[in-house]
Design a protein around this ligand. Sequence first.
Ligand code: 3UK
Length: 507
Amino acid sequence: MRACDHLPERFNAADWFVGRHVREGRGARTAIVTDAATLTYGELDERARRFVTLLRSAGVRRGDRVAFVLLDGPLLATCFWGAVAAGAVAVPVNTLLKPGDHRTIVDDCDPRVVVVDPSIPGGADLGGPDTLVWTAAEVERALEGGAVAAPGYAETRRDAFAFFLYSSGTTGEPKGVVHLQHDMWICCETYGRSILEITPEDRCFSVAKVFFAYGLGNSLYFPAHVGASSVLAHGRPSPELVFEQVRRHRPTLFFGVPTAYANMLAAIDAGARYDFGSVRRCVSAGEALPASVLERWRERTGLEILDGIGSTEICHIFLSNRAGASRPGSTGAPVEGYDLRLVDERGHDVERGSLGDLLVRGDSTAALYWNKHETTKRTIQGEWIRTGDKYWQDDEGWFFHAGRSDDMIKAGGIWVSPVEVEAALVEHPAVLECAVIGADDADGLAKPHAFVTLRAANADPAGLPDALRAFVKERLAAYKCPRTITILDELPKTATGKIQRFLLRAR
Ligand code: 3UK
């Protein structure tokens, strides 16, 4: 599937995903459902075009970045599609990060406007000489009475920048992954069509928020491709919230991460009320889905979970299981429209059954990392993109995930950089050295754990792990905090002084 064979040279993704439905008579269909409101495609189109007018009056021109630190809801959908409609570059930002991370992201993408939710600490301070800060309430007020831009949707090129998503780098520093106007369309025509088989009657609900590449597709563009609807909830996706939303809004497509399924299973076993009767398909991505979670979920709900791997760089899922044919423990087979290779260190294809580095080719892959030319060159190699994952294939061709080629941890489907957590820990005066690793919990899902050695022999180790966890939480997003901190006399090291993480993992 190549955009250039199917899309006109002038293509605006917001026009495709929103404006087109109104032009073709589907304006009264429901686009977004929340506890508080329902938004039709007609309303979404009008609000998006009002946002275009707001942006233009603030001097936003094509290619300018417009960032959002917003919770999932109608305003985020309006701002995302409105910015793309204007020909600007939409930058949804992870709301779970700390103010310092938000500052780093805003400094990097240098937006003309940043729209912030007042409940997110530090949002108001994100402005600068070239960056205006608008609060969610201000924008909502302006949208109520504002003029509708005519013609509204900018005639952008199909290969123009459309949105950035920030993904964690190995040191924890966020990397701006740059996507083009045609990328979302490609994901819909590949994964959306062949694996989800999404129709206008579907209703999507995603545990992963819109600021993640996974959530952006699940909640915004897959349903909008076919004029289907999506449920947006702003709360933390605890089992209680998810059960309640599913019961109330009756989604047909449910998107989770393995940890969310494991947490829901634990809640079910503890007697929680749930009803997944409306759901016709469950998806899992973000980290490998343990076979035991898949099987227990099937026992409790009668539903299969389709595990698939996606990445921010590839935009969405490119390797997946198929409905009715899930292979537990495997990520499945390539999604139509993507080519996969497993290669050795010299770039040669490995033999069937051997471990290799996964390379992917497809037309939704990122154009570059913003302001990161060297990382771009290392990751994007011509038409192929390096995912950083180790995979092997069995005799029948099924792909099996076998870890990362870096030390990055996926916990609850979200990146945790051991380097970043270690850097926060060593800032504590009592800590001499530390190492952070991912270790599997009882469900077979990785969580970060830390090992530290102490600076002074007289440091009081009692209560120190709790104090260190609190110390990390002050500095980093809560999900990055090690679940346990173990104090050691020394860290296991090689003769050359490299920490032997595999020995720590074995503990
Ligand atoms: C890991 C998996 C095994 C793998 C994502 C769009 O997760 C997404 O994007 P990120 O950039 O992370 C990508 C990395 O996460 N991973 C994701 N899914 C799986 N490993 N099995 C899986 N099923 O290391 C990959 O390189 O945060 C983005 C759509 C779906 C997504 N999962």
